[in-house]
Write a protein that binds this ligand. Structure first.
Ligand SMILES: Cc1cc2nc3c(=O)[nH]c(=O)nc-3n(C[C@H](O)[C@H](O)[C@H](O)COP(=O)(O)OP(=O)(O)OC[C@H]3O[C@@H](n4cnc5c(N)ncnc54)[C@H](O)[C@@H]3O)c2cc1C
Length: 438
């Protein structure tokens, strides 16, 4: 745990750095040891804002089921701390390096989102450092426009230095049941029913083909007849195809996708038994694969003949089967991660709002596909389809929207109001300029 005094010292240091960069009229660039952004960014000489030190937990409040964490605290640090009290964040993104501030500013989701909404819907309060050096507290009661406008702002309104997040009681184990479906319509109907009559603690799915889809329901349990371990030689996503039920410790359940970056570890050869044996559990994780991938990007930026399609897209459940058909026939990336969610009630989040009465499906698909088309062709096709079907997408990867379409999706008028109130000098980049490749 970090002390308040030390936290203050670190915040003062970051604030001084920021005012130095801003008063020099220079663009600001967040310097962190890890990032889950997948936009190709030009190398920048912009001075770095070193925030890596703000990566600790400040306090866990078991009685009120909350924790206070620093803005760049990665979720594996947070979970390690809360589990000591038999508690977990209400929604924990499944990659260990995702941070609390990044999951709010960049939108996060996981298998408990069908109960608690997206990560930002489980936040109760934030300290935000604004470009003019002010540090403000925001919550539903204090500066509610900033509190409800901060999610999906991608560091263009300010930086979260402290967050108060909601926790849930956790049992030592999670009992998983994998239900196989061979018809997309039945698959999404079952998801809709499971969301509306929540029995499980966790719900997500994996699509291998139009005839092979799995809906996994997870339930906390105090004991388990035996437990599986997917941190080394065994590969979690492959287990779905030959087990109907499984038991994992709560820690191993939360990080079940991190060992193989879902299934993307195949792109660095880490699914070969010998590589796994030599790599050991220490290296088999998303941080390692990110580093390898960024190095590869620098050494071989990659030319024609292929297109990187790494996207998380949210579609109303009624249109989900149609979007899946499009993905399987035109984009042809499998497996696909499926995560249901719905708005958890409470206020609407202006830059990433959803119809409270509708269940949505998050489709996660991440790969490099062969292409003879112009650059960005398949990513644009995904954008055309999601707009047609009333969806949205996370902005952590490539985006090609025109301004009009972008601001229809992400609430241009609200963003203008927020920008003119919290960064009137535009010392931080604009959301469109930062997220869209023009
Ligand atoms: C393969 C893949 C799978 C993914 N799957 C999921 C998923 O299933 N669930 C999920 O939740 N997310 C998923 N993501 C997306 C990921 O959550 C987001 O990209 C998230 O924003 C990353 O957070 P980070 O802490 O790594 O932040 P970074 O990647 O470092 O930053 C993301 C953005 O947030 C801003 N930012 C970071 N910290 C702060 C702060 N403290 N205050 C203000 N702004 C800040 C940065 O400026 C940047 O614009 C996935 C990403 C990838 C690449």
């Amino acid at each position: 745990m970090e002390t308040r005094a030390r936290h203050q010292e670190k915040c003062d240091l970051v604030a001084r750095q920021l005012s130095g960069i801003v008063s020099a009229g220079r663009p600001v660039r967040l310097a962190k040891s890890t990032s889950n952004l997948f936009r190709r960014r030009e190398s920048s000489l912009a001075p770095s804002l070193y925030v890596g030190g703000l990566n600790q937990v400040l306090a866990v409040h078991p009685a009120e089921l909350t924790a206070e964490v620093e803005g760049m605290a990665p979720y594996d640090t947070i979970v390690r701390e809360t589990l000591r009290y038999g508690l977990l964040p209400a929604v924990t993104p499944q990659l260990k390096s995702i941070t609390a501030g990044g999951a709010v500013s960049g939108v996060g989701i996981e298998s408990s989102s069908f109960r608690y909404g997206l990560v930002h819907e489980t936040v109760e309060e934030m300290d935000i450092l604004l470009a003019d050096g002010r540090r403000v507290v925001c919550s539903p009661a204090q500066l509610p426009d900033l509190f409800y406008g901060f999610p999906n702002s991608y560091g263009t309104l300010g930086y979260a230095l402290r967050l108060k997040i909601r926790l849930i009681p956790a049992q030592p184990f999670v009992h998983l049941r994998h239900h196989r479906f061979e018809q997309p319509a039945e698959f999404f109907d079952a998801i809709s029913t499971a969301v509306q009559t929540p029995a499980a603690s966790f719900l997500d799915g994996t699509v291998f083909s139009p005839q092979e889809m799995y809906l996994t329901a997870g339930e906390f349990t105090p004991s388990a007849p035996s437990t599986s371990d997917y941190r080394w030689m065994n590969i979690y996503y492959r287990s779905l195809r030959h087990r109907t039920e499984d038991w994992l410790t709560a820690w191993n359940y939360i990080w079940r996708w991190d060992t193989d970056w879902f299934w993307c570890s195949k792109n660095v050869g880490a699914q070969h038994w010998l590589v796994r044996l030599l790599a050991t559990p220490l290296a088999l994780n998303s941080r390692t694969y990110q580093r390898i991938m960024r190095l590869a990007q620098r050494l071989a930026p990659g030319g024609g003949g292929s297109e990187s399609v790494i996207q998380d897209v949210d579609i109303p459940v009624a249109q989900a089967a149609e979007f899946l058909r499009f993905l399987l026939t035109e984009i042809k990336i499998t497996p696909i991660w499926i995560c249901p969610f719905q708005h958890a009630g409470g206020g609407q989040y202006d830059l990433y709002s959803f119809d409270p009465a509708t269940v949505y499906i998050n489709f996660g698909f991440w790969d490099v596909i062969p292409s003879t088309r112009e650059p960005g062709y398949y990513n644009r096709r995904v954008e055309q389809e999601l707009v047609r079907l009333g969806g949205k997408k996370g902005l952590y990867s490539s985006a090609y929207f025109d301004r009009e379409t972008f601001w229809k999706l992400y609430n241009g008028p609200a963003y203008e109001r927020l920008k003119s109130r919290y960064d009137p000098a535009h010392a931080l980049p604009g959301l469109y300029e930062k997220c869209v490749r023009v």
